[in-house]
Design a protein around this ligand. Structure first.
Ligand code: SER
Length: 317
């Protein structure tokens, strides 16, 4: 097996994906690619790392050749809320960067590219409940448009050029190791931080905003399981729905109150993030992922709340 390169290792998912891949495979074969944000000690000490700017094709190609890369997990991305404020950089990273990854993988004969998409790839004309896998996609955000680009180009490289590109549409991901702040669903992580630090949180989404969410171990499991799936059984490629749970800020606050009865929530709506959330699915039909590669989530909102609270309390103390 050739080596695995992960882009965006310092990010919320990359920082947990690299250790999981190193646990599953030989640590020396998993290269942690990072750009501006430094890596944590555990990642630096358990395998190789490289500074990688995905917008620079020549630098990317040199890394792919030097490290004998066979698979890329392309995790670097500018998330939804930030992408609205820095469109040029978001276009460069999310669209040009993704194109560079695919083109470089094709030209250098790589085995696979794992390209995560998002619930943001849908829009206000998409059915919002049990959103079908194959349906109308009309996102009106820079981030969502870039994710549709990745899905379509991933499928193009697969069908026209024979490159094995695979992707899942990730919901809001809840985790305690690396704090996410650039997305719309990140209120759910912030609520835990503030509940532990000050027993209160002011939420930027309305109390009844229902969105699909997932605990990090399920997201990591999904990425690795899709990577390992037999290519003969896949009908879809870069555009799998996966679903774990749906909750609102009010639902999550109630779960946190069960653990910390002093916790109080208040609301001050941010119209930009609220309108994004209102255009995204509430739940997804993930039967294609279940049928084609055996996707199955483990964590419920109760499991997630208890595990998050415990681990974050330890981390912050
Ligand atoms: N979590 C992402 C965001 O809020 C959606 O994929 O930007």
């Amino acid at each position: 097996m050739d080596n695995i390169l992960v882009t965006g290792t310092a990010g919320q998912i990359g920082s947990e994906l690299v250790p999981a891949l190193r646990d599953n495979y030989d640590g020396d074969t998993v290269i942690a690619g990072w750009n501006k944000t430094p890596l944590s000690e555990d990642i630096l000490e358990t395998g190789p790392n490289v500074v990688l700017d995905v917008t620079d094709f020549n630098a990317l190609e040199k890394i792919v050749r030097d490290f004998k890369v066979g698979t890329i997990f392309h995790m670097s991305s500018i998330l939804s809320a930030t992408a609205e404020t820095i469109r040029t950089i978001a276009h460069d990273v999310n669209i040009n960067g993704t194109f560079n990854i695919l083109e470089c993988a094709y030209l250098n004969g790589l085995e696979k590219v794992i390209l995560p998409s998002s619930i943001a790839a849908f829009g206000d004309k998409t059915p919002r409940t049990r959103t079908p896998n194959d349906t109308i996609q009309n996102p009106d955000t820079v981030y969502g448009i870039s994710k549709v680009f990745g899905e379509l180009m991933g499928n193009y490289y697969h069908s026209k050029l024979g490159l094995d590109v695979r992707g899942i549409r990730l919901p809001g991901i809840i985790s305690w190791k690396t704090e996410p702040t650039a997305g719309t669903t990140d209120y759910a992580v912030a609520m835990f931080y503030e509940a532990i630090r000050k027993n209160s949180y002011e939420c930027y989404l309305a109390p009844d905003t229902a969105l699909p969410m997932m605990y990090m171990p399920d997201a990591i499991n999904a990425l690795i399981k899709l990577y390992q799936a037999d290519s003969q059984v896949l009908i879809h490629h870069s555009d799998f729905n996966i679903h774990a749970m749906t909750f609102t800020p009010d639902d999550l606050a109630r779960e946190i109150m069960k653990i910390n009865p002093r916790f109080e929530i208040s609301y001050k709506i941010d119209p930009v993030r609220q309108s994004m959330a209102d255009s995204w699915p509430i739940s997804l039909d993930d039967s294609k992922a279940r049928e084609e590669w055996g996707w199955e989530p483990e964590y419920t909102i109760q499991d997630l709340a208890e595990d998050m609270y415990l681990n974050l309390t330890k981390k912050l103390s």
